[in-house]
Ligand binder design. Sequence first.
Ligand code: G3H
Ligand code: ZN
Length: 292
Amino acid sequence: AIVSAEKFVQAARDNGYAIGGFNTNNLEWTQAILRAAEAKKTPVLIQTSMGAAKYMGGYKLCKVMIEALVDSMGITVPVAIHLDHGNFDAAMECIEVGYSSLMFDGSALDIEENLEKAAIVIEKAHAAGISVECEVGTIGGEEDGIVGDGELAPIEDAKRMAALGVDFLAAGIGNIHGPYPENWKGLHLDHLEKLTTALPGVPLVLHGGSGIPDDQIKAAIKLGVAKVNVNTECQLAFCAAMRDHVAEFNANEAEYMKKKLFDPRKFLKAGFDAITESVEERIEVFGSTNKA
Ligand code: G3H
Ligand code: ZN
């Protein structure tokens, strides 16, 4: 069923595991994530960045597609349709269109404007039964045009954002979007601990979930992270599987052409199967198996 995310994310926070927020890019990508969540019996957030939603044909189409897939695939686990890193206008549009969850990312604004806009988003979204994630500090690196310098979330900013009634809070703790550089220093778990102490019980969100060593992810979950965002990892899994498949196809061209394996439903299958596999593997690490 399509639901808002605050209940299952809070349950994760209260019980020491995390829910995966997985970014989607198209129909089969969405099927791959849903299949994994259903197999693992976990709640899940299917997320669209502003760029991915534009690529797919808009928020309305994304919402209708995810909803229809949940229905036609017979998905029984709770699924939130979530806007990832939305600006103010995107957040307003997703409320209008009927997303069940959203992130307002005002981290590029100064903190007063971030809080001001967040307050408006939270009020409107909550009135419509939609869960809200906001961000303080910044996530390093770049995702779909969203660039951050990796500023650690100031404790005072986090407290003020939490006081607005945000459902879960993305806080910069040295995490980075995209692949982690060779010389990355690791998560600032000491800073995460300060945040958790200042915000008891508030579910925190770990962005840039791809490529963080599992032991650091598990440590972060112990310290209050209750949602982990994953995008690049699925893209890399898809790409690796497709590169192998293309090589195999090229090596067996005559036979594969005869078997009509150029049909996109067959040609792309290896890539999407790889996404399901990596989502299932992440869910295991996050500890949310059998929590639906
Ligand atoms: O908002 C999405 C995530 O933070 C994705 O980060 O691509 O590094 O997994 P990632
Ligand atoms: Zn992110």
